[in-house]
Ligand binder design. Sequence first.
Ligand code: A2P
Length: 281
Amino acid sequence: PTDTYTLNNGVEIPCIGFGTWTITDRDTCISAVQDALNAGYRHIDTAQAYQNEAFVGEAIANSGVKRDEIFITSKLSNKVRGYDETIQAVEQTLKDLQTDYLDLFLIHWPNPIAFRDNWKEMNAESYRAMEDLNKQGKIRAIGISNFRKHHIEALMETATVKPVINQIELHPGLLQEERVNYAHEHDMLIESYSPLGQSRLIEKPEFDVLCKKYNKATAQIILRWQIQKGHLPLPRSTNTQRIAMNLDIFDFELSDEDMSYMDGLTFEGLDQDHDPDTATF
Ligand code: A2P
C-alpha cells in the first residue's frame, strides 16, 4: 500500500492513482486494472464519460482485493446535470462498478456545452445531489475537476460541503500555480491528470540528467516530482511493466534544487490545458 493524503473531510486517499481515460477496450481495460491492482495500486480513477466503468468493475470484482482496500473515483458526465439526473447517474455508476458506494465523485467539467446557458444552476443542483449521497454514505467524498476559480466561487454560493479535490491537468511545463494556490488556500487537494503530459514528456532530453543521477526513468522522475509537490498523480498505461514502474517511486527523493529545476522547465505546446469556458464538449 502507498502513502495516503488526508482529504479535508478526514477521508484517506492513496497518494497515487491509476488513470483509465481512453482505455475503452474491454479486454485491455480489464487486464490494465488487474495489472494495476497486482502492482499495488489501491486507487482507480474512472468516469462516466470514459465508458469503461463496467470493465473497471469487472476487473475489481475478479481481483480478489477487498472493496474497502480500493479507493474508487468516478465523475459526473457532461451530459448529466440536475438533482434527480445526478442521483440516477450515480446509481448506474454503482451498478457498473459492482459496488454500493464510491470513495470519490467529481463534477467532471464545470461548463459543458449542453448546459452553457445555465451551468451555475445546474452545477448547484448536481452538487446538491452529491451532497445528499455523501450524507447517506453512498459517496465518501465529493469534489470537482477542471474547475477555474470563478466556477468554484459560483458553486460555493450554494454548496454546504466543501469540495475535497480539484482534478486538473498538471505536469512539468504546466504548473497551474494559480489554481494550485487557490485549492491549497481552501484545503483542497490537487489531482494531476495527464501527469506525464500524455506521454509527450517521456522523450524530452531535459530529464536525462535527473534519470542518471537518481537511476530512474523519466516517468518515475516526473511522478516523484508530482508527489513532492503535494499533488496526487493519475498516470495511465496499458503496459504491465510501465504500470508497475510508475508505482516504483517511493525509494528516492528529489533534491530541492532538482525540484526547482523541474519547476522551471517549459515545453512548447505543453503549456496550456483546455479552457472549460470555450471547450466544445
Ligand atoms: P502506454 O499505455 O503504452 O504505457 P498520461 O498519464 O500523462 O496521460 O500519459 C499516458 C501515456 O503515457 C500513455 O500513452 C502511456 O502509454 C504512456 N506511459 C505511461 N507510463 C509510461 C512510462 N513509464 N514510460 C513511458 N510511457 C509511459
